[in-house]
Design a protein around this ligand. Structure first.
Ligand SMILES: [Zn+2]
Ligand SMILES: [Zn+2]
Length: 139
C-alpha cells in the first residue's frame, strides 16, 4: 500500500494536511461518511476547517479517483475510500450504507452481460436498497 502523500502526488494533487486527514478518516472508517460527519470528526484536529473546504476536498479527491462518492439521493452523498468497484447496500430509512459482505460473482455476471450484449463493460455501480438490520427491527 502506497503512502498517501505519494498517492496524492501521483494524482497531481497538492499534499495538504486537510487532504491527508480527510482521507485518513475515510479509510479508517467502515461507515460511508457524509461530508457533515467528516466535518464533525475533524473538529478536534482542524478546528478551523470549514464545511466548504471539506466539500471541495471531497470533490477533488473524487475527481482524482482517490475516493468514491455514493449518491444516496436528494443530492446527498456519502464517501468511500475504497475506490475498487464494490456493491453497496443502501438503507432507505436511515440512509446508512454498508458494503455487501457476499455477492454473487460480479466478474461472472459481467462476462455474461458482455457476451449477451456483445459489448465491453468498463465499470459498474451496484446498489441494493432496503432496510438495514437496525431499521428492519423497528419496522
Ligand atoms: Zn437503516
Ligand atoms: Zn463501500
Amino acid at each position: 500500500m502506497q503512502q498517501l502523500p505519494e498517492i496524492l502526488k501521483s494524482k497531481k494533487l497538492k499534499v495538504t494536511p486537510q487532504r491527508i486527514s480527510i482521507y485518513k478518516i475515510l479509510s479508517e472508517s467502515k461507515e460511508h461518511l457524509s461530508a457533515e460527519h467528516i466535518y464533525s470528526l475533524l473538529q478536534e484536529i482542524h478546528p478551523t476547517i470549514s464545511l466548504a473546504t471539506i466539500y471541495k476536498t471531497l470533490g477533488t479527491c473524487t475527481k482524482a479517483n482517490l475516493i468514491q462518492a455514493i449518491n444516496v439521493g436528494e443530492n446527498s452523498f456519502r464517501y468511500d475510500a475504497n475506490c475498487e468497484p464494490h456493491p453497496h447496500f443502501v438503507c432507505t430509512k436511515c440512509k446508512n450504507i454498508y458494503d455487501l459482505p457476499c455477492v454473487p460473482s460480479i466478474s461472472t455476471l459481467k462476462t455474461e452481460l458482455e457476451d449477451s450484449m456483445n459489448s465491453n463493460i468498463l465499470y459498474e455501480k451496484i446498489y441494493v436498497y432496503g432496510l438495514c438490520p437496525h431499521c428492519k427491527e423497528e419496522h
